[in-house]
Write a protein that binds this ligand. Structure first.
Ligand code: 5GP
Length: 209
């Protein structure tokens, strides 16, 4: 017996930089077979250790605006003076195949995706346990200059003001627990009645046997 498959869902993780979102994303992708990452396009400089096509598609401002003009972006926004956007096609293909897609996008992108696909999106906001810890993590990364870290700290307060636009809130004071919490959210959301398109026929077949 094959059970009806769900359409995939869009799992959005947002947080101020340094709240631990990338670590949580990495762990989720390792543990969840049916989940893949939406790789964004950005005009920002590549950081040491980042890989083209895996962390981001690094593009020029002209390439970025062409993608926007051609309608190739599901959403796009300016963050820290750079452009970021989600290429539409890979996301649509994954959802169609019944696979879930993980998004590491900011509140602006989340608002746009919510407007376009309110039934497919699940929004999770990750908060740091304290402002001191956020600052410590940003400096510990040491990938950005002190000036950039200062800007990101200033932006964090603004970013966090959008927490109430999300469905779930996680305070990341224990990475293992945070990952388990997001997995629990994913698991429950996959079981939601509204998401289980093929279930009518399945239940009818159960009732008629
Ligand atoms: P970073 O430069 O540290 O990789 O990312 C900076 C911010 O941009 C993060 O908050 C991240 O969530 C956001 N971001 C990354 N990709 C996208 C995207 O495609 N769209 C939007 N709206 N935000 C993004």
């Amino acid at each position: 017996m094959t059970f009806p498959q769900n359409r995939g869902l869009m799992l959005v993780l947002s947080s101020p930089s340094g709240a631990g979102k990338s670590t949580i994303s990495r762990a989720l992708l390792e543990r969840e077979e049916r989940l893949s990452l939406s790789v964004s396009a950005t005009t920002r400089q590549m950081r040491p250790g980042e890989v083209e096509g895996k962390d981001y598609f690094f593009v020029t401002p002209d390439q970025f605006s062409d993608m926007v003009k051609q309608g190739d972006m599901l959403e796009h926004a300016t963050v820290f003076e750079n452009s970021y956007g989600t290429p539409r096609k890979p996301v649509e293909d994954s959802l169609q195949r019944g696979e879930d897609v993980l998004f590491d996008i900011d509140w602006q992108g989340t608002q746009q995706v919510t407007a376009k696909a309110p039934n497919d999106i699940v929004r999770v906001f990750i908060l740091p346990p304290s402002l001191e810890e956020l600052e410590r993590r940003l400096f510990a990364r040491a990938q950005d200059s002190e000036d950039v870290v200062r800007k990101r700290m200033a932006k964090a307060a603004d970013e966090m003001s959008h927490w109430a636009e999300y469905d779930y809130i996680i305070i990341n004071d224990d990475i293992g627990k945070s990952v388990a919490d997001v997995q629990a959210i994913l698991r429950a959301e996959r079981l939601k009645r509204d998401r289980r398109d093929g279930l009518h026929d399945f239940v009818n077949s159960l009732r008629s046997s």
